[in-house]
Each structure stands twice: as C-alpha cells, then as structure tokens.
Ligand binder design. Structure first.
Ligand code: CO
Length: 296
C-alpha cells in the first residue's frame, strides 16, 4: 500500500513538472552567431569567408558560430560538386530556433547596405515578427562595413595601410573594383569612400564597381586627370576575390576585363593583387567589433 501510494505520488509529480516545463518554464538562454555571406564556390576565394568566421569563433569561444550563403547558385554548386551543404539565412535561423538558440546575432559580410543586405534584413525582420516558441528572445542584425561617412574614413585608412608598399612608388595608382548595387542609394557609399581616400592620399586611389557606378569609364577619366600615375595595381574591393576579381577585373582572356580595358587605354604597367578583403586582419577585427556592438 505504502509502495503504491509513493508510486502514484511520483507519477503525479512527473506529470505536474512536465506540464510546467511544457507551458510555463523559460528556455535556458543559448546564444549563437550566424555569419551570412553571398558565398563563393572557388576554394581559393573561400579563405576570405573562413577568415571572418574564424575571427568570430576566436573572439567568442563560448558561442557557436554558423555560416549561411545567400546565393542559391553557389549553394547548389557546392552541394553538387563537393557535397557541402550550406544553408540559406532562412534555413539557418529556422534550425537555430529548433535547436533552442534564444539569442542570435546575424552578421553579414557585406560591404555596403545594398540589395543583398536588404534581403537579409527582410529575413531578420520576418523572424522578429514571430512571437512565442518560433521566435527568438533576441535576434540582431550587424551593420555592413560602410554605413556612414565615419565608416568610409575608417575603410580609407585600412586601404591606405593595405597598399602602403605599392604607394611608395609615386607613379602607382591603386584601382579598386567594388561590387556595386544598381539603382540603390547605398551605392553612393563608393563615392563617399573615394572622397575619404582622396583626403588621405590624393589621386592615388581609383574606386569603381563592376555592377553599378562609378563604371570603369569613369575610373579611366579620373586616371587620365592624374598624369603622374602610369603604373597600376588592380585589386578587388570585395570580401571575396572570386569570380568578379578573377574574370571581370583581371581576366587576361576577357576583352571586357578591367585589365584589358586599361591596357587598351594605354596603361602598360599593370599588376594585380587578387586577395579578398576578408583576408585582411583589419577587416576581420572590424567584423568582430560589429558583432560586439550587436551584443551590447
Ligand atoms: Co556579382
């Protein structure tokens, strides 16, 4: 009898406590970082993204860091050719919610808040509209590298340091290829960066974009006004030195590449520096700083 009673008591307690857990008890806090990149399928170019992911892992060793790509073409290519599955931001956040993450810091690797960044923002806003068990206690979105004139000044200093050696030759001009976001006000940030670069080192940096303005024709017009510059260094102003850097910028076989257009415009002495900005230690430090800002 005594045995039976205590068994009933245990069962009753279990029922009460599981009900309390299912309905009332708060989930324990669990934080995560989600790095979001456009993505790349080129193994050499991937180093730049991995460098930023690793910087986040090293800075926040107690927090899990995950990676999502926005490009479905690249995601599908990686799955097909290398068997590597990388989630979209939507998939990654849904999984993190399911796995009990309560605080998620979404950190894009994007340089300007253009169309791509807007799409990530839409995803974050959509998840933030979910209340209850499918929502997060905190879901934050980090800012892109260039979001203000102060950011442009900081980036100009980073670029000046990055090309300090090449700039020692007074006849050298640094031609930077940004990605660009057409018909979007954020594209103006490239011109703001140009202004800041001119403040630090007048007439030595030439910023253009592959998809928007300033176009290569405008870069050449600016080059022609600087008669001293007869030696060029071409480099991507993108996190990843992938397809655009290797083909649209430096493609030797491509008549439309900046390399060939500049050659045709009379520049004989051209070298390339095809390293993604994501590999730059100063860019990795900035990335960590932006994550830290979100956590405040
Ligand atoms: Co592109």
């Amino acid at each position: 009898m005594h045995k039976f009673l205590s068994l009933v008591l245990v069962i009753a307690l279990l029922a009460v406590s599981s009900a309390a857990f299912a309905h009332g008890a708060e989930k324990a806090d669990k934080a995560g970082i989600l790095v979001v990149s456009f993505g790349t399928s080129m193994p050499q170019a991937r180093k730049a993204i991995d460098n930023l992911v690793n910087a986040a892992k090293n800075a926040f060793p107690e927090i899990e860091v995950r990676l999502a790509f926005t490009s479905n073409i690249i995601r599908n290519k990686l799955a097909r050719e290398r068997g590597e599955i990388i989630d979209t931001p939507v998939q990654a956040l849904a999984k993190m919610n399911d796995e009990g993450f309560t605080h998620v810091y979404v950190m894009p690797t994007h340089i300007i808040p253009g169309t791509e960044y807007d799409e990530i923002k839409n995803v974050v806003e959509a998840f933030n509209s979910l209340k209850g068990k499918y929502g997060f206690k905190k879901l934050a979105l980090g800012s892109p590298y260039l979001n203000s004139s102060e950011d442009c000044a900081t980036m100009a200093r980073i670029l000046f340091a990055r090309f300090a050696n090449q700039l020692k030759n007074k006849n050298t001009g640094i031609v930077l290829m940004g990605h660009g976001t057409p018909e979007h006000i954020a594209n103006a940030l490239y011109s703001l960066l140009q202004i800041e670069l001119d403040k630090i080192s007048y007439g030595r940096f030439f910023v253009g974009t592959v998809e928007a303005t300033p176009q290569i024709s405008e870069v050449i017009a600016k080059l022609k006004r600087n008669k001293k510059v007869n030696k060029l260094v071409l480099s991507p102003f993108m996190i990843v030195a992938g397809d655009h850097a290797n083909n649209d910028l430096a493609g030797a076989d491509d008549d439309e590449s900046w390399l060939n257009i500049l050659k045709k415009s009379g520049y004989k002495n051209i070298s390339t520096y095809l390293v993604g900005m994501g590999e730059d230690p100063a860019i990795a430090r900035g990335f960590v700083e932006k994550i830290r800002e979100m956590m405040k």
